[in-house]
Design a protein around this ligand. Structure first.
Ligand code: HEM
Length: 171
């Protein structure tokens, strides 16, 4: 039993399961529920943000991607083209690439939009008048729409990643 492999697999599977599970729950139940609640739903997300959601989830996803890439380099003896071109290699790389794309969309689109929503929610109580409040609410609506679209893209990419991880070794 190789202690490095065991440690990497434990890290990889715990963080991968946590990341994908959180996104599956967010995309299928939480986001539609929050959207249906309107401004009250936004308050739930703000509580998540205050508890570190926007830091914790990217770190978890990063560990899943980094440990996965390390595992891939070990399994393929340093990304040997013959192994990478085999059906097992193609499946792990397709799943890995999907997860990396999901990470990029999360970091590049979803997180900045969520940070903007958090920022707007802190500005709202200080809004000078109804017009300023309405302008902030309109901005928030646009950012919420962006997070909704990004969440759906990430969900699809992670479904592909999980499916590939699940079946690759039997390919
Ligand atoms: C949502 C993200 C991910 C999840 C949920 C996930 C899940 C898993 C699971 C459950 C396994 C065990 C499969 C088995 O033993 O049959 C596994 C293995 C593996 N994953 Fe991932 N994974 C993710 C992302 C990645 C990424 C980004 C890469 C590489 C770029 C990667 C590369 C690998 C490799 C190479 C293995 C085989 C390890 C070995 O048996 O030595 N994974 N993954």
């Amino acid at each position: 039993m190789d202690p490095l492999l065991i440690t990497l697999r434990l890290l990889h599977i715990f963080t991968g399961v946590y990341w994908a599970g959180t996104i599956f729950f967010f995309g299928t139940f939480l986001e539609p529920g929050i959207r249906a609640l309107g401004p009250d739903g936004g308050k739930v997300m703000i509580k998540f943000f205050e508890r570190g959601y926007l830091t914790f989830l990217p770190i978890t996803a990063f560990i899943a991607v980094a440990s996965g890439t390390w595992l891939l380099s070990i399994a393929s003896s340093g990304f040997d083209p013959a192994w990478m071109g085999s059906s097992v290699g193609i499946m792990y790389s397709t799943g890995g690439l999907s997860a990396i794309l999901a990470f990029a969309v999360g970091l590049g689109v979803m997180r900045p939009a969520a940070l903007r929503i958090w920022d707007i929610s802190r500005q709202l109580p200080q809004a000078a008048d109804d017009a300023a409040r309405a302008a902030l609410m309109a901005q928030m609506g646009r950012q919420r729409a962006r997070t909704g679209i990004a969440a759906r893209i990430i969900l699809v990419l992670l479904v592909i990643a999980v499916a590939m991880m699940a079946v690759a070794r039997y390919a």
